[in-house]
Ligand binder design. Sequence first.
Ligand code: B1M
Length: 220
Amino acid sequence: MEDFIGRISISIQKGKVDINSPYPPDMKGLPGAFELTGEALENGVSANDILTKAMIPAMGIVGDLFKDKKLFVPQVLMCAKAMNSAMTHLKPYFSSGEIQKRGTFVIGTVSGDLHDIGKNLVSMMIEGSGWTVVDLGVDVKTEKFLEAIGDNPGCILGMSALLTTTMESMEKSVRTLRETFPSQKIIVGGAPLNKEFANKIGADLFAPNPQIAVEFINSL
Ligand code: B1M
């Protein structure tokens, strides 16, 4: 079992998706996260062990390296892709209830803003740490956030904004959401934001990177 756990972890850390993936060049022709996860399950390794001992710690390592600028966006996207390919094998176990999900995280890029690369990274990292993610996409109006919170009681909400102009829509959305759901946990992120802005608009956390968001929601 340890062998599979270690190999799945390495394949995710290195962004090795499957046997046909040419990335990373030094692993060309080798099985990736997809094949190794399938094999591990066939050999009796539990879905829960694969998730909690290989995948989640691997994405944690990736997040830390990204935070420390030792990995960059394209590499992190490959790691997330590798993790997602492994997840396809685990999905049936999630739905059967064998794996306990930590909760639901609703995320969207705020109204007027079409940037989604950062948001997608956050979604993938949070999904990789064991949460169900409801991704509302980009240009999300306040009403859509309200509806999603209503549909997912107890969820944590994440909002992303990349433009100084759309920081205003974020502020409006947070203030409106607070009127209906005063105790809703809200995390905000995006390059032009900072802690002072998050405090001013009444968000619970400014996450400068996905790993801070992961650490925060896992601590709740
Ligand atoms: Co746009 N754009 N863009 N753009 N774009 C910026 C943001 C800009 C800084 C470029 C510049 O002028 N230097 C500038 C904003 C200026 C400002 O407002 N201060 C800008 C502009 C002006 C525009 C347009 C207005 C351009 C135009 O049409 N005249 C237009 C606006 C469209 C719109 O949204 N309505 C526009 C369009 C676009 C593209 C469509 C071409 C494309 C987006 C493609 C896409 O997302 N699918 C694009 C891109 C790619 C960029 C840059 C080059 C890169 C953004 C990015 O993806 N970075 C950007 C310049 C730059 O940042 N260097 C720029 C990588 C990404 C991983 O980082 O999103 O910051 P980021 O996410 C980080 C953290 O912020 C954090 O985690 C991520 C990883 O660390 N994070 C969170 C983000 N959300 C989080 C949420 C969390 C937690 C952490 O919890 C919920």
